[in-house]
Write a protein of this length. Structure first.
Length: 119
């Protein structure tokens, strides 16, 4: 019985510190802070490789046709959120090529598109 109390007495501070760190990390990600630049850069590279044939993916989109919409227009729709983009990118759509997007790729693409949002 004494050994069990000793184990819990040593483990409890470690568990509390780990939980606090995870909680603070979650708060940091939920506070609306900007996306990591590495993810945005990776998303831009993916957009150029996969999406540029149909969409304007760069920051300059003047005088181009609006079907399909350019990424700036998508980012600036009131309904566009990072979560919405991730779900959209993982869902099959008849008007888009059937590209299999992995979770980290969806994160990067969504972060890149949201980086084009005008404040």
């Amino acid at each position: 019985m004494l050994n069990q109390h000793l184990v819990w007495r040593r483990a409890l501070p470690i568990v509390v510190i780990a939980m606090a760190a995870l909680f603070l990390l979650r708060l940091h990600q939920a506070n609306g802070a900007g996306q990591p630049s590495e993810s945005i850069t990776a998303g831009h590279r993916l957009a150029e490789a996969w999406c540029m044939e149909c969409h304007v993916v760069g920051p300059i989109a003047t005088g181009v046709k609006k079907v399909p919409p350019d990424f700036i227009a998508i980012a600036n729709r009131p309904s566009t959120t990072t979560l919405w983009l991730k779900v959209f990118l993982k869902t099959s759509h008849p008007t888009m090529p059937n590209i299999i997007v992995g979770p980290s790729e969806a994160d990067d693409l969504a972060n890149y598109i949201m980086s084009l949002k005008r404040d």
